[in-house]
Design a protein around this ligand. Structure first.
Ligand SMILES: Nc1ncnc2c1ncn2[C@@H]1O[C@H](COP(=O)(O)OP(=O)(O)OP(=O)(O)O)[C@@H](O)[C@H]1O
Length: 240
């Protein structure tokens, strides 16, 4: 069994005739933050979907802490914070309840929350700076505050592997600093984080490693080398 938290071998994904990922191979260690960088349509969200077992047509091998994606999800080993989440502004669910869902998985509230659940939710809300807004409807939060709520939902899952698809999209500088700090703490607790981001300036602060992606892996290594102009030109066509 691989010691990697995230282990991928020769992953291929196509949507009909569109090739989204080709021959992706990677190993990510426990206790690390890896930035996933690539232009729009380079396959970042597709990689996340494959890692959480939502792409039945994906070919290749994926193991999360030695388990296949579906088993890892059922065992609560992996938490996913999606890029966007459709929220009905009038749906009467509070921020606290959204975060609480992280304790219950995709089945929803199948039992009454226990004191330990409530304590975990309160601690996560505090970590992302949402204690004051905990009882507001989720639809009444700004986009950046909502991102923080979904990061908190990922935290209460207590997963060993966290996958975050653009946690900084639409987030102000204060929220970005706050989320970066929380992600680093989660890394220091021994978790493995894969974070898709378009914010190149934030990478040195956050990431131990960077993957540059355009359907295939163009580079996987240290942030300073990843951010060299020639590597960015390779990734984006032109240096951004
Ligand atoms: N459900 C789908 N059906 C058909 N093609 C798809 C589907 N989902 C994604 N694609 C295509 O697969 C490729 C990879 O898309 P993906 O969403 O993984 O990119 P991304 O790197 O996450 O992009 P972005 O930075 O815009 O979020 C793109 O060419 C996209 O158009």
């Amino acid at each position: 069994m691989s010691a990697a938290a995230i282990h991928v071998r020769d992953l291929h994904v196509a949507y009909g005739s569109v090739i989204a990922l080709s021959g992706v191979t990677l190993d990510l260690a426990p206790g690390s933050v890896t930035g996933l960088v690539g232009m729009n349509g380079s396959g970042k969200s597709t990689l996340f979907s494959a890692l959480i077992g939502m792409l039945p047509g994906a070919r290749g091998e994926i193991r999360l802490l030695g388990k296949d994606p579906a088993a890892a999800r059922t065992a609560g080993l992996v938490a996913f914070v999606p890029q966007t989440e459709v929220i009905d502004r009038d749906f009467p669910i509070s921020v606290r309840e959204v975060v609480m869902l992280g304790r219950f998985g995709h089945l929803g509230f199948t039992r009454r929350p226990r004191a330990t659940d409530r304590a975990a939710v309160a601690a996560a809300l505090e970590r992302v700076g949402l204690t004051e807004l905990a009882d507001r409807p989720i639809g009444a939060l700004s986009g950046g505050q909502r991102k923080r709520a979904f990061v908190a939902r990922g935290i209460v899952q207590d997963a060993r592997v966290l996958l975050l698809d653009e946690p900084f999209g639409g987030v102000d500088a204060v929220s970005q600093t706050l989320i970066t700090g929380v992600l680093r703490e989660l890394r220091d607790e021994g978790r493995s984080l894969l974070v898709a981001t378009h914010d190149l300036a934030g990478i040195p602060d956050l990431c131990d490693e960077v993957i540059l992606l355009n359907k295939r892996i163009l580079f996987h290594g240290d942030p300073a080398t990843a951010l060299r102009p020639e590597n960015l030109a390779l990734t984006f066509g032109v240096a951004p």
